[in-house]
Design a protein around this ligand. Structure first.
Ligand code: FES
Length: 85
């Protein structure tokens, strides 16, 4: 499914760039940069953020490199685990 019509980015492309260790994008703009483009209208930001949060929560964010401590996506996953507990 296309989630960014300006740059023709699919949800699969967004997910594919999320497990990159210390290079893991932390914002929708960083996802765009990872995929070689930049945000234009911004309508996709909320959708991309939701994909990021869901994908990383589902995968328990396999990032085991130095970015894990400060990664906002790890914090989202941890918060969801705390809520579920
Ligand atoms: S829909 Fe993604 S920047 Fe416009």
């Amino acid at each position: 499914m296309i989630v960014c019509s300006c740059n023709v980015l699919s949800d699969g492309a967004v997910r594919a760039c999320l497990n990159r260790g210390s290079d893991c994008p932390r914002t929708p703009a960083q996802v765009h940069a990872c995929l070689g483009c930049s945000p234009k209208c911004g309508r996709c930001a909320r959708t991309i953020r939701a994909i990021m949060e869901t994908a990383l929560a589902d995968a328990a964010h396999a990032c085991s490199t130095g970015c894990a401590t400060g990664c906002s996506l790890v914090k989202v996953a941890q918060a969801e685990e705390e809520i579920a507990a």
